[in-house]
Design a binder for this molecule. Structure first.
Ligand code: PMT
Length: 212
């Protein structure tokens, strides 16, 4: 299986980037749980100050574009893909070759979309079982359902994010949705335990015949 983790960094100039608060904990915990369950695991991660789980192959990237390339180069033959990374949706349209100097007025940045890794994996034929995440500050289930449908996922794990919630912290909770049936609630617990519970759910689906 392949799992993505952590935040991407989209460079503005040689010293600055656009990023987010993802620590990589959730993705690393999923890699560890899947390995524990017997899977061969490749973990494609943005910069993260976390130890590589035992027996897991770690691939380090920085930008969304590099994460996309790293995943696409390794996805062939995978049975399962989990996108737990907080991938930047936009990057600066231009990376300044030298440090941007402070001016007197406002600075306007032009951003362009990055490749959507999850969508690209789900569009492959044949394709692995595809699990996405939805990180939301409002209307959790509605946004998660839209992502499940629009990106063509088998499952989506939805979490609320905000100050002290979801990102960076050690505990989390998830609502797991498929195209059919009621959401499964995985209550707040350490991300390591949550990851084991999510991997068990995915394994059940895979054993029952794969995608919905
Ligand atoms: O790393 P932690 O600090 O432990 O925090 C965990 C987490 C909150 C980051 C994690 O649980 C989580 O929700 N990860 C997904 C964050 C996110 O980017 O969600 P999103 O709703 O913006 O994106 C939806 C899905 O599309 C995600 O599976 C994402 O990996 C994927 N995506 C998004 C954009 C893009 N260009 N390519 C993608 O593959």
């Amino acid at each position: 299986m392949l799992v993505t983790a952590g935040a991407t960094r989209e460079p503005l100039d040689p010293v600055r980037y656009l990023g987010n608060r993802s620590s990589g904990r959730m993705g690393f915990a999923l890699a560890a749980a899947a390995r524990e369950a017997g899977a061969e695991v490749v973990l494609v991660t943005g910069p993260a100050a976390l130890a590589t789980p035992r027996g897991v192959e770690r691939v380090e990237v920085e930008r969304a574009e590099q994460m996309h390339e790293a995943v696409m180069a390794r996805i062939e033959g995978a049975d399962l893909f989990i996108g737990a990374a907080a991938v930047a949706d936009y990057r600066p349209a231009q990376e300044a070759p030298e440090k941007i100097k402070k001016g007197s007025g406002p600075l306007t940045l032009t951003l362009e979309p990055t490749p959507d890794i999850l969508r690209a994996v789900a569009a492959r034929r044949p394709r692995p079982f595809v699990v996405g995440f939805a990180a939301e500050t409002t209307d959790l289930l509605e946004h998660a359902r839209a992502k499940l449908r629009d990106k063509g996922l088998d499952l989506v794990a939805a979490n609320r994010v905000g100050p002290g919630r979801g990102l960076e912290v050690e505990r989390n909770s998830l609502e797991v949705l498929a195209a059919e049936g009621e959401p499964v609630s995985l209550p707040e617990q350490p991300k390591e335990d949550l990851a084991r519970a999510l991997i068990a759910l995915v394994a059940e689906r895979l054993e029952a015949g794969g995608r919905a």
